[in-house]
Design a protein around this ligand. Structure first.
Ligand code: NBP
Length: 479
């Protein structure tokens, strides 16, 4: 037994993670893949890594020092279950199995419970950063037991991205907490991408700037409070010219956005938890809408406004779009953290929201300067009920709201879809409202379903006898 860590699954993510591990002082990495060719290739192409290859699970287990620690990087779903079953056969109590794939957190909860019964530790770890992150330093969101963190912590810290001197990994919470947080990370990623896309669309349609010119705008934005990986790569994509047509690449890419499902998971989970993640939901639905060409083809003749968008003061308009993007982005992150808070309460996880914002500062797709502000907000007020209410964000939203409103109304008047901008603004105004029309909804619910209501002026639960004499009676609380 010579290796202190093993990797099972040597496709793009697993092989890069194995190379990352091998490059760090003190690690010797055992590797295994279902089909032998990937293992042979990795050993041959990277002699510097000193890999310890195994071609059977028994051999893999024998090559690992105790407690044996192995990271699974296979296709999420049945593949993960198959590998776990095989490892449980050859591992012993106290050993650690880590699933680094994109598992649904409820699968992780189930697997953790089953594996724990054998005395083996199971850790679901969200890993973000794509291929490059896996190789050079990802952001890592591990769940699992405290016992497993003792062994795993130093190994994961050795390979994680580093932000301001701190490794981008923290023990998020027990069982499925890590995969839950990774899921919400991806949901926020959807919202951030959609918001950037709406900003691009408005600038393009409003100013007639070319994609390359808009790339300059994004590059400029990337030097300020919007600085982030997604803004940076947006500029790169917009600047790209298609080799075969000479057109901007963005103009020849089919406008139908795909999705692998983590955005949908985030929204489905939020619906069950009763958390309004409207920005993430709009972003997910915007991808769905784009991917229905048959509907879009027959809807082209639906009436719209006569006038298109014509901007007079280009610089002022672009600044308005920038602030609308910033404000909507604050809403999306606030909603995402709200979902993590609610998930922690539901599943009994002790999640430090400030620590989560810090491990997203580098290595992952939503990495951004802005996350420091979120960390500050939670450092000041760990029990903050909603991130928007932190003084820094109140100030920023105060600065942005005029622009935000102008952009949403301009887009609407011109018939340009801006679903994430506008729903974020509605959410913001909903939180601000002193009274909401929810009172009327309660009245309607009481009318047709005797669902009862509470009053603002006295305690208790009430029902109006709608089909009788319409007097009010005290009722049992049925929600
Ligand atoms: P894939 O998701 O394409 O999975 C391919 C790997 O799974 C191969 O090693 C394959 O072995 C193995 N595998 C399968 Br499929 N079924 C198996 C089974 N029944 N038993 C054993 N091994 C099995 O690889 P990937 O793109 O490297 O992603 C790995 C994980 O990381 C996924 O969960 C993914 O969601 C996650 N992730 C990916 C990214 C990214 O940017 N790609 C980012 C973050 C997380 P074989 O070689 O024998 O077919």
């Amino acid at each position: 037994a010579v290796a202190n860590i093993g990797v099972v699954g040597l496709a793009v993510m697993g092989s890069n993670l194995a190379r990352n591990l091998a490059s760090r002082e003190g690690n010797t990495v055992a590797i295994y893949n279902r089909s032998r060719s990937k293992t042979d290739e990795l050993v041959e192409n990277h002699p510097e890594a000193g890999f310890v290859p195994a071609f059977a699970y028994e051999e893999f287990a024998a090559s690992l020092a105790k407690p044996r620690t192995a990271i699974i990087m296979v296709k999420a779903g049945a593949g993960t279950d198959a590998v776990i079953d095989a490892l449980v056969e050859v591992f012993e109590p106290g050993d650690i199995i880590v699933d680094g794939g994109n598992a649904l957190f409820t699968d992780t909860i189930r697997r953790e419970k089953a594996v724990r019964e054998t005395g083996i530790n199971f850790v679901g770890a969200g890993i973000s950063g794509g291929e490059e992150g896996a190789l050079l330093g990802p952001s890592i969101m591990p769940g699992g037991s405290d016992e497993s963190w003792v062994t795993l912590g130093p190994i994961l810290k050795s390979i994680a991205a580093v932000a301001e001197g701190e490794p981008c990994v923290t023990h998020v919470g027990h069982d499925g907490a890590g995969h839950f947080v990774k899921m919400v990370h991806n949901g926020i990623e959807y919202a951030d991408m959609q918001l950037i896309a709406e900003a691009y669309d408005l600038i393009r349609r409003g100013t007639g700037k070319t994609p390359a010119e808009i790339a300059d705008v994004f590059a400029e934005w990337n030097t300020g409070e919007l600085e982030s990986y997604l803004i940076e790569i947006t500029a790169e994509v917009l600047r790209q010219v298609d080799a075969s047509t000479g057109k901007p690449l963005v103009d020849v890419i089919l406008d139908q956005a795909g999705a692998k499902g983590t955005g949908a998971w985030t929204v489905q989970t939020a619906l069950s938890l009763g958390v309004p993640v409207s920005g993430i939901a709009e972003a997910t639905f915007a991808r769905s809408l784009s991917s229905h060409p048959e509907q879009r083809a027959v809807s082209g003749d639906l009436p719209g406004p006569e006038e298109g968008l014509e901007v007079e003061d280009v610089d002022a308009f672009i600044e308005d779009v920038r602030l609308a993007l910033y404000a909507s982005k604050i809403v999306a992150y606030s909603q995402g953290f709200d979902e993590i808070r609610a998930g922690a309460a539901e599943y009994d996880w002790n999640i430090d929201l400030g620590a989560v914002s810090k491990i997203w500062r580098a290595g992952c797709i939503i990495r951004a300067q802005f996350l420091n502000r979120i960390a500050d907000a939670y450092a000041e007020a760990p029990e903050l009920p909603v991130l928007l209410a932190a003084p820094y964000f109140v100030e920023a939203l105060g600065r942005a709201q005029g622009s935000w409103r102008r952009i949403v109304s301009t887009a609407s008047a011109a018939g340009i879809p801006a679903p994430a901008f506008s729903s974020s603004l509605s959410y913001y105004d909903g939180l601000r409202a002193e009274r909401l029309p929810a009172a009327l909804v309660q009245g309607q619910r009481d009318f047709f379903g005797a669902h009862t209501y509470k009053r603002i002026d006295k305690p208790g639960t009430f029902h109006t006898l709608w089909s009788g004499d319409r007097t009010e009676i005290e009722a049992e609380d049925t929600h």
